[in-house]
Design a protein around this ligand. Sequence first.
Ligand SMILES: CC(C)(COP(=O)(O)OP(=O)(O)OC[C@H]1O[C@@H](n2cnc3c(N)ncnc32)[C@H](O)[C@@H]1OP(=O)(O)O)[C@@H](O)C(=O)NCCC(=O)NCCS
Length: 155
Amino acid sequence: MRIRVAAPDDAATLVEFNAAMARETEAKELLPQVIGAGVRSLLANPAAGFYVVAEDDGRLVGSLMVTKEWSDWRNGSFWWIQSVYVRPEVRRRGVYRSLYRHVQNLAAADPGVCGFRLYVDRENVVAQGTYGALGMKATRYLVFEELKPGIRFYR
Ligand SMILES: CC(C)(COP(=O)(O)OP(=O)(O)OC[C@H]1O[C@@H](n2cnc3c(N)ncnc32)[C@H](O)[C@@H]1OP(=O)(O)O)[C@@H](O)C(=O)NCCC(=O)NCCS
């Protein structure tokens, strides 16, 4: 298995993985034109973040997305991990572990990174267990949000 930063040619599979993840974890059907544009936009703007993919025999089997958030307290950036997905048939074989270790190695080479964060559905106990097993700890924070009027991203 090869772990690498995603390239523009990976866009279609990353869109497929996001759609499958939203369906599986939140029973949402993402709007293809919105998620398609969302994936391609990040791939075209490396300053905002990047995807890391796991490739097995030329086929992508898992991915995650990293975006950056400035922390004035720490004078550094958190790398936020989102859009985590591993194909069902290869789960529990260390694919996510390898993706996360790769991200940790990239961050180790970048003194501007202060750590990693992510949010996870409160009912997704498998993902929570995975993050805990790899060394992350649940925080005291709750996530709040408000979407601007007119924002639609699923059917
Ligand atoms: C969560 C997910 C990414 C884990 O990927 P994975 O490649 O199967 O995880 P790994 O094989 O690297 O597991 C690493 C460790 O996490 C824990 N873990 C992973 N899956 C587990 C499960 N089903 N039950 C219990 N522990 C689990 C184990 O400690 C495991 O180490 P071990 O196999 O040596 O015991 C995968 O299940 C997935 O894609 N789920 C659907 C999408 C999703 O929930 N995304 C996260 C949204 S926040």
